[in-house]
Design a protein around this ligand. Structure first.
Ligand SMILES: NC(=O)c1ccc[n+]([C@@H]2O[C@H](COP(=O)([O-])OP(=O)(O)OC[C@H]3O[C@@H](n4cnc5c(N)ncnc54)[C@H](O)[C@@H]3O)[C@@H](O)[C@H]2O)c1
Length: 481
């Protein structure tokens, strides 16, 4: 009989130096269920004393853990894989409760990421040479950078935790994780998984808290060598400023407003259907969602018909029920933000094809929103330029390939781009000109093990693959006499 993890028992504690401890701070924060709006529990928002305590533990552990062999760390990662697989259901249930991911997608995508990224990172770590001899006979050593501060958001909680914690542990770094204060339950489950996998005390530490307290204390800390952050561009800039005085490495995965170029020569019915569903997936709370659809004018009207049908069929409902419906937004803050931007779109003169402000009928409790499509938008409207982070799609026409590329790149972001065309030469030609860290062609999906990250204000650094490991490493050059 499997021992289930009971995260609520440790929700108001921090995992530091291998044990669940009572925090120094006494500031409490209510964790809410976005479906019922009821309180699930409380966490303590840590303070700088809690951060100092965790950093000291990570610093002590680094002395020995950083010198362990690659084989030893691979063995620990294999243990982690075995334990993670045992506890996937607890991870999935935690995310359904705390951020409203429908249970089917919570199992198949949100929790699955803990295993998918781990398997891919084990392969990347096996393939990486920690010692390389150059043609000039100098030797490069890849060494762990040190104590890492890891700050994650609420929208793909375990995906982001796995993308940061696993490369830190693989490369011999020690770390302090500060998950989003809105999704502390899945992070507590994950900490218990790491404990069960047998990691030495102090290698992984969990401090709950908000950005201005724990997040900033980590970013400023002189004994933290690197910050890895996923979240808004606003917070990414704040972390970069906080980290400047200690000149630590900062890697950022930020927001996006990803364009989706639809050419008339694609399989229009299939590609538009999939594109609309992808925009609404996770209730639109994905940084790389295809939120800006640019459509060749000759197939614009037909595209709107297909998009309308798909959006009208998009079910919204209780995330505890199995199925492919979408759930609520994660919090009242996000609900208010999405409602405000829908109103902005209407005021700016964008035409509402379907959806609009307010809640879907019958879902008055919970932060549910109506899947919404704005059409005939212009490039200067706020709904076209700003990340809405809800199930809101904007659609605009273009006349030729050059205009499509110009519109696609007319954004401060550059995380992902999407391309629908039946012409393979065009796909290569256009993809080469898009300023984005990933281009998805005709439904090509992200695969675990590939690097993920953005151009421009969508961030720097790459998570996943050997590139993801290198972010946590220093390169030392040996010059032999
Ligand atoms: N590029 C990616 O891989 C990726 C993935 C997921 C989410 N995101 C982005 O994240 C955003 C949504 O997440 P959010 O609303 O939680 O964003 P957020 O930036 O407010 O919060 C993210 C994390 O940063 C912390 N934080 C906030 N202010 C901070 C500060 N000043 N110093 C240190 N830490 C701070 C929060 O406590 C939380 O843990 C969206 O913009 C989305 O596009 C990007």
């Amino acid at each position: 009989m499997l021992d289930r993890i009971k995260p609520m028992e440790n929700l108001n504690k921090f995992y530091i130096d291998g044990a669940w401890i009572t925090p120094q701070s006494r500031q409490m924060f209510a964790v809410l269920n976005p479906t019922t709006e009821q309180q699930l529990g409380e966490i303590v928002l840590g303070n700088s004393d809690d951060v100092d305590f965790a950093v000291a533990a990570a610093n002590r552990a680094f002395e020995t853990y950083s010198r362990t062999s690659k084989e030893h760390r691979l063995e620990l990662l294999e243990n982690l894989l075995e334990v993670t697989e045992k506890h996937l259901e607890e991870l999935a249930q935690a995310m359904t409760l705390e951020m409203g991911a429908p249970i089917t997608m919570s199992r198949e995508a949100q929790a699955d990421a803990a295993v998918g990224h781990l398997v891919a990172y084990i392969e990347a770590f096996k393939a990486q040479h920690q010692r390389n001899v150059l043609a000039n006979a100098d030797t490069l050593l890849y060494e762990p950078i040190g104590v890492c501060g890891l700050i994650t958001p609420w929208n793909w909680p375990i995906n982001q935790i796995a993308l940061k914690v696993i490369p830190a542990l693989a490369t011999g770094c020690t770390c302090i994780l500060k998950p989003s204060e809105h999704t502390p339950i899945s992070a507590t489950v994950y900490a218990q998984i790491i404990h069960e996998a047998g990691y030495p005390a102090g290698v992984f530490n969990l401090v709950q808290g908000d950005g201005p307290s724990v997040g900033s204390a980590l970013s400023c800390h002189p004994d933290v060598q690197m910050m890895s952050f996923t979240g808004s561009t606003r917070a990414g800039k704040a972390i970069t400023r906080d980290a400047a005085d200690t000149v630590k490495r900062v890697t950022l995965e930020l927001g996006g407003k990803s364009p989706n170029l639809v050419f008339a020569d694609c399989d229009l019915e299939a590609r538009v259907t999939a594109s609309v569903l992808e925009c609404f997936y996770n209730t639109g709370q994905s940084c790389d969602a295809p939120t800006r659809m640019l459509v060749e004018r000759s197939c614009y009207d037909q595209t709107l018909e297909i998009a309308w049908r798909v959006a009208m069929d998009q079910a919204v409902g209780d995330p505890c029920q199995e199925g492919d419906h979408i759930g609520p937004l994660f919090d009242q803050i996000q609900f208010d933000r999405v409602q405000a931007l829908i109103k902005v779109g209407i005021d700016e003169g964008a035409r509402v094809l379907c959806g609009g402000a307010g809640k879907p009928e019958g879902l008055e409790t919970g932060w549910f929103v109506r899947p919404t499509i704005f059409v005939d938008v212009t490039d200067t409207m706020r709904v076209t330029r700003e990340e809405i982070f809800g199930p809101v799609l904007v659609i605009m026409p273009f006349d030729d390939e050059a205009e499509a590329i110009k519109l696609a790149n007319d954004t401060s972001y550059g995380l992902a781009a999407y391309l629908q065309t039946g012409d393979a030469d065009r796909a290569e030609r256009v993809a080469a000109q898009l300023k984005a860290g990933a281009v998805h062609i005709n439904g090509g999906e992200f695969n675990y093990g590939s690097p993920f990250g953005g151009y421009r204000q969508s961030g720097n650094g790459r998570e996943g693959g050997i590139q993801g490991l290198e972010d946590y490493q220093e390169i030392k050059t040996l010059h032999f006499g």
